[in-house]
Design a protein around this ligand. Structure first.
Ligand SMILES: Cc1ncc(COP(=O)(O)O)c(C=O)c1O
Length: 408
């Protein structure tokens, strides 16, 4: 998949000398800069090695424990529900609406029970939404935590995503809006801030792995062949850095660590160019919308104008049995990297189910079987070559829909 959405290879290399400043200074500066951007008190920003660790910290902050229940959106990444069992609380999946990709608020209202303590609010692909006031007032014992992993710097009615509920967690993993390789942060709710206990550092060996893997990702974003060669070499040397099998396959929780120095340095460099990055991505999205509008039957989503799309989603009007294969075919037809997020109600397909039973979330299952996405990445120029690729994709999609109609 095309990653490094806001990072180019020259900027990757240019940022590296910043590591000489040391991790404490770089992390401190990043916290200040994030706070300034989101217009919040710096104490509300807590950096971690991942979004999942930030989520676990928010559960702890809200005192979630045995006897409590956490509601998690169906259509999520397995590492989100993984953080709930260690608290002692139970977890339940709630369906989302196909048309909005977030909760149906009436259904959520009915799903909340006396012992529900936390609701995780999804913002898939970066589409920010706000929980209606009537729902929050009706369930005052519930804390609404934003899963903002896909939507760093998205806004909803002028408010920064994550700043208006009871805390939020963000991700800077390879494929997210800004790329730290790994990394994330919690935006704490307004209140009493305890000093952050020091966490273990990411080991030196892991930091080298991260550097090697990230370099291959960044190369791939600009020069796919070179990137593939670099990735193959990194794999051969056993230097790939990724989520462990225990987390994906067995649902194990994640041991929280500090954000690595490399991530902090790269993120600061991307933050400094954020307005230009957002403007470039907006151009890509405008082109995508126009192309997809030209294929009757393709589904797109309404979103606030200042959405920071992590990738741009579209859905086919039927279930696809093998999404990965179709994505490869469409990619080959147009030369753009077509993605399959999410390929299951609990992504990735084959990961730990946390008790989810098929049929439990019909809308999410339909989304998992029909949603594809386009890259929103600064390494992709909004030029004549893109126009040609989009024309090819439009033709391929129109052909696919015609064939499907003929077969029905
Ligand atoms: C929707 C969603 N939430 C949370 C996460 C977790 O973020 P991280 O990988 O930084 O832990 C991810 C992706 O990995 C995700 O896709």
């Amino acid at each position: 998949m095309l990653t490094a959405n806001s990072l180019s290879y020259p900027r990757f290399v240019a940022a590296l000398p910043g590591m000489l400043l040391g991790r404490l200074r770089q992390r401190g500066a990043l916290r200040r800069e994030l706070a300034a951007l989101l217009q919040v008190d710096e104490q509300r920003i807590r950096l971690f090695d991942s979004g999942r660790a930030a989520f676990a910290a928010l559960l702890q902050l809200h005192g979630v424990g045995p006897g409590d229940e956490v509601l998690v959106p169906a259509f999520t990444c397995v590492v989100v529900p993984n953080q709930v069992p260690p608290t002692g609380a139970s977890l339940r999946f709630v369906d989302i609406r196909r048309s909005s990709m977030t909760y149906d608020w009436q259904l959520l209202d009915l799903s909340i029970r006396r012992h529900t303590r936390v609701v995780v609010v999804p913002h898939n692909f970066g589409i920010a939404c706000e929980v209606p006031t009537w729902l929050r007032e009706k369930h005052r014992q519930v804390r609404f935590i934003d899963d903002a992993a896909h939507g760093f710097a998205s806004r909803c009615d002028g408010q920064w995503l994550g700043s208006y509920h009871d805390g939020a967690f963000f991700s800077f993993e390879y494929s997210k809006n800004l790329t730290g390789g790994i990394g994330g942060f919690a935006l704490l709710p307004v209140g009493d801030y305890q000093p952050q206990p020091a966490l273990p550092e990411v080991s030196c060996a892991d930091q080298w792995r991260l550097l090697a893997t990230l370099k291959a990702h960044v190369l791939s974003a600009r020069w796919p062949l070179l990137g593939r060669i670099a990735m193959a070499m990194v794999r051969r040397m056993g230097l790939i850095y990724r989520s462990g099998d225990a987390e994906v396959r067995d649902g194990a929780p994640h041991p929280a660590r500090e954000m690595p120095l490399l991530s902090a340095v790269l993120l600061r460099s991307q933050l400094a160019r954020l307005p230009a990055t957002l403007a470039h991505k907006q151009q890509l999205v405008t082109r995508y919308r126009a192309m997809l509008d030209g294929v009757p039957g393709i589904v797109q989503w309404q979103a606030p104008a200042d959405t920071h799309w992590v990738r741009y989603p579209f859905a086919l009007p039927f279930h696809v049995v093998d999404k990965a294969r179709l994505a490869r075919e469409l990619s080959a037809a147009c030369g753009l990297n077509i993605g399959v997020w999410f390929d299951d109600v609990i992504h990735p397909a084959g990961s730990f189910r946390h008790g989810y039973l098929p049929g439990g979330a019909p809308d999410a299952e339909t989304l998992a079987a029909s949603v594809f996405n386009l890259p929103v990445n600064i390494n992709l120029a909004a030029d004549a070559a893109l126009a040609r690729r989009l024309q090819h994709l439009q033709q391929a999609l129109a052909r696919l829909l015609r064939e499907q109609k003929g077969a029905a």
